[in-house]
Each structure stands twice: as C-alpha cells, then as structure tokens.
Design a protein around this ligand. Structure first.
Ligand code: ATP
Length: 215
C-alpha cells in the first residue's frame, strides 16, 4: 500500500469504473508511477459514473477488486472519495480536493486514449486542464466485447488539440466490457480469466459470482 513521503510533489489520480480492474489498468498504473515518477497515485473507483449508462457492480466489490489489482504497487493509494460523494461525481471536484491536500504538488490525471478523445464532453473539462497534466496511454482502435486481444492498431491522437503527455505503454487490448462478456459466457467460465485480469481478481469474480449475466 501507499508509502508516501511527507510532502509529495508529483501526485497522480487514476479514476475508472474498474468493473472489474484488468491487466491494462494495472499496466497503466505502473507505467504512470514509473514514467511520471509519482510520489503517490490515487486510484479512484467511480461512484455514480455520469458517463456510463450501465448500472455498475456494487462499489464494495469494485473497491475490493482494486485492492487486489493495485494494492501491492508501491505509492498507490486507494481512494474512496468518489464512491462516498453524494450524487454525480466529477473529476474536476476531485482535482480541486487533491490540490487542497497537496498544494505544492503537480497533479497528473492518468487516462486512456478513448477518454482523451471524449475529454471535451467532460463536465468542466477546462477546469480539469487547469488543475492537472493529462497523462495518456494509447489504446487500440477496436475495443469492446469482441475485440481481439492481440489487436495492435493504435488510436490516432495526432489531431487532438489538447496538451497531454503520452505514456509509453505497449498496447493491451483489454476492456472491462470484454472481461464481463468472457465471464458471462457460460462455456468460458472455466477458461483462463487470468489472461484478462490479475489472478486474485479472477478468484474474487468467481467467488462472488460477478458478471454471470450479460451487461
Ligand atoms: P468498460 O469496458 O466497462 O467501458 P474500461 O475497460 O474502459 O471499461 P474503465 O474502468 O472505464 O475501463 O477505465 C478506466 C481508465 O482506464 C480509462 O481512462 C480508460 O481509458 C483506461 N483504460 C482502460 N482499459 C485500457 C486499455 N486497454 N488501454 C489503455 N487504457 C485503458
């Protein structure tokens, strides 16, 4: 768990539904910690995700799986504030709070290419840009339930007119949607889920019978 010094100078936030957290999330967190030399990376499972139409799994399950997926990474801090916040939760509000908590620090917002492409639809996105440096991992062009794991076409970010720092992470074409679909297909239930998620997360999914019906 978190091993922070007294006044962190480089602070990251990595938010997501994490329903469930998968290998690409973990790779993204590790890459951000290393490349950005973060003193601390807050992992924030979303509460009421305003931009997701699907009903998410219970926050307690997503939080528990995040502990299993990220908890052993040094300088990672599990952060429940978006889950505990009443009503819709916005990244701008979280960054304002982090800025208050770490007034001396440079803040980084860690995200994938799909989120960068839709960034200007975020609530108060200009405020987000004022508060944090965007740190972006590329993502395959074809994501979702049926996407091939080895698909390696990067999203073209050349026309994005926003400042961002590119994270050097090899493409991992995994999505939470694909994980849920994999578990939901009865024939695949016994099949190796740990190709998609860390083994303790796979075990949690199985023990708690998550994602048994398609979403
Ligand atoms: P879903 O399939 O349910 O939409 P997801 O796999 O996109 O979920 P989220 O929890 O929504 O997972 O993602 C959290 C963050 O991680 C987002 O910024 C997203 O862009 C990023 N991310 C998720 N998967 C990848 C991936 N394979 N490569 C790079 N970034 C990723």
């Amino acid at each position: 768990m978190a091993q922070t010094n007294h006044s962190p100078r480089r602070v990251g936030m990595f938010g997501g539904a994490f329903d469930p957290p998968h290998w690409a999330h973990r790779a993204l967190a590790k890459t951000a910690l290393d490349q950005l030399q973060l003193d601390v990376l807050h992992i924030l499972p979303t509460g009421h995700a305003w931009h997701k139409s699907r009903v998410l799994s219970p926050a307690a399950d997503r939080l528990a799986m995040c502990e299993l997926a990220f908890g052993d990474l040094q300088n990672v801090q599990m952060d429940q504030r978006e889950i505990l916040r009443d009503g819709p939760s916005y990244t701008a509000d979280t960054l304002i709070e982090l800025h208050r908590e770490y007034p001396q620090a440079q803040l980084f917002l860690v995200l994938g290419a799909d989120q960068l492409l839709s960034f200007k639809s975020w609530v108060r996105w200009q405020e987000v840009l004022d508060l944090a440096t965007l740190a972006v991992a590329n993502r395959a062009t074809n994501i979702g339930a049926g996407a091939p794991l080895d698909q390696a076409t990067e999203t073209d970010l050349s026309s994005v007119d926003l400042p961002f720092e590119l994270l050097n992470m090899p493409l991992k074409n995994i999505s939470a949607t694909a994980v849920r679909a994999h578990v939901g297909q009865a024939a695949q239930r016994g099949a190796a889920l740990d190709v998609l998620v860390p083994e303790p997360v796979a075990r949690y999914i199985s023990q708690h019978h998550l994602y048994q019906s398609p979403t």
